[in-house]
Design a protein around this ligand. Structure first.
Ligand code: SF4
Length: 360
């Protein structure tokens, strides 16, 4: 059975450390460990685009406490962006100085021609050379592939020419095959702030959660539900499953929650969050947890992308509505006295989408 560990909160460093402790990660101190965040472009993590450096700090602290000496940071930003600029703007220079970590810009790396079946893929050498690869993607929706998380994050480990070719090949096949060649040994998903629609951020959604596991296919399958999609809507997941990269069978997954959701630490997400703001007009919120509101925002976006949202829709959410009998639709188990309720604590965006469609 595949395990997915989940923790809620906003102290990224502490959350990463606690997850690794709970997972019992115990690496030989002689291993060379590679850390691959998502620094797709030069925008800080609060934009929803990039991995929170504090999440990486928590991982490094844990590894260094275990005696691991060689830890390297690996990234190649997307075509058109400079990785070094992303490293700087996203707060990673300070992190590397503090922990004595070496950084490799994969845009300057050499590559090796690798094969998965008949498909040749050029892969940067540095990621292939590490003994243990830790993949730290951001939980984001994506305009072309719908989801970008664990499997797609490895696209930063190929040269720019190959990134362009991946697009000409339709993304799904090559992303799955790349993961057959380059294995993520551990995945830690930054779901504290992700994006509603785009890889480059700009519509940040605070969900205050971090997930971890060792199967990138299972992790991606699980997070499709958190964004309101179905696994079949992201073809590279089932292709990766067929290739033996991992399992997309969520019925065999065990989700281990380290704590409960929290109502605190709401951030002012002011970086061009117009789409998110527009969706808030349908929500009446009182003391709601960020994970719950995040699920609802993603659900509303998915509905607006398909059938559209009825203008008179009003949804109640939050602990402030516990025990209140309201005429309308309540989201989350706190609002189970509402005329109609979508249960769960927190419900996934997918559960909200399905139930809202039933109610309409
Ligand atoms: S159902 Fe209530 S307690 Fe649970 S996540 Fe939602 S707001 Fe928080």
């Amino acid at each position: 059975m595949g395990e997915i560990y989940q923790i809620f909160g906003s102290d990224a460093a502490q959350m990463a450390y606690q997850l690794l402790e709970r997972m019992g990660l115990n690496l030989n101190s002689k291993l060379k460990v590679g850390i691959k965040p998502n620094l797709v472009l030069a925008k800080p993590s609060i934009s929803g685009a990039t991995t929170d450096p504090q999440l990486v700090a928590g991982v490094i602290k844990y590894l260094q406490h275990q005696g691991v000496k060689e830890i390297v940071l690996l990234e190649g930003a997307w075509v058109g962006a400079e990785t070094k600029q992303a490293v700087k703007v996203c707060g990673y220079e300070q992190l590397m100085a503090e922990y004595g970590i070496q950084f490799y810009d994969l845009k300057e790396d050499q590559f090796t021609k690798c094969y998965s079946g008949d498909l040749e893929i050029k892969v940067c050498r540095r990621p292939l050379e590490v003994d243990f690869l830790i993949n730290l993607p951001v939980l984001k929706a994506h305009c072309q592939t719908k989801l970008t998380c664990a499997l797609k994050n490895l696209k930063g480990c190929i040269p720019d020419s190959e990134k362009r070719r991946f697009h000409s090949l339709g993304l799904h096949q090559p992303i799955a095959h790349l993961n057959k060649i380059l294995k993520s040994d551990l995945i830690i998903v930054d779901g504290i702030i992700g994006d509603l629609t785009f890889e480059e951020g700009g519509n940040p959604v605070q969900m205050n959660r971090v997930l971890a596991g060792s199967d990138p296919v299972l992790i991606d399958s699980y997070v499709t539900q958190l964004l309101g999609y179905q696994i079949e809507e992201v073809p590279y997941i089932s292709i990766a499953d067929r290739l033996g990269v991992g399992s997309s069978d969520l019925t065999k997954a065990e989700v281990i929650n380290l704590n409960q959701t929290t109502t605190g630490d709401k951030l002012e997400l002011t970086i061009g969050a117009d789409k998110v703001e527009a969706l808030y007009q349908y929500i009446t919120e009182k003391e709601a947890c960020s994970a719950c509101v995040g699920s609802l925002i993603h659900a509303l976006q998915r509905i607006s992308e398909s059938s559209g949202i009825p203008q008179d829709l009003e949804l109640f959410i939050g602990q402030g509505f516990k025990g209140k009998s309201l005429a309308g639709i309540g989201v989350g188990s706190c609002t189970n006295n509402c005329e109609n309720n979508i249960g769960g604590c927190p419900p996934t965006a997918r559960e909200i989408v399905d139930r809202l469609k039933q109610l309409w």
